[in-house]
Design a binder for this molecule. Structure first.
Ligand SMILES: [Zn+2]
Length: 109
């Protein structure tokens, strides 16, 4: 029952490390642990041809985010606002939480 876990979770703020959106920051919209990918708001925008719908009968081009590799982003610590590596900590109640390697604050509260 060992679930695959990413160091990034939905709702995290991250910075992109490489690629066309290098240094861009955004919020994680979705984490895809199976694919080791994340979907980040405003990052890796692709144009998709949309099928005509009742609302938009002519169809058209829709811009949307495409997932990027989770290793290409770094978590931005909510406490020190710096891109950081994370440490794993075990709390007294057995819960595992992430900590900031920069400032030492817990990221998951
Ligand atoms: Zn920090």
């Amino acid at each position: 029952m060992s679930a695959i876990k990413l160091h990034i979770r939905k709702g995290d703020k991250v910075q992109v490390l490489s690629g066309k959106d290098k240094n861009k920051k955004g919020k994680v919209l979705r984490a895809l642990p199976r694919e080791n990918k994340v979907l980040v708001e405003g990052v890796n925008i692709v144009k998709k041809h949309a099928k005509p719908t009742q609302k938009i009968p002519q169809g058209g081009i829709r811009e949307m985010e495409a997932p990027i590799n989770a290793s290409n982003v770094m978590l931005i610590c909510p406490s020190c606002q710096q891109p950081t590596r994370i440490t794993r900590r075990n709390l007294a109640d057995g819960k595992r939480v992430r900590g900031c390697k920069n400032c030492g604050e817990l990221i998951d509260k």
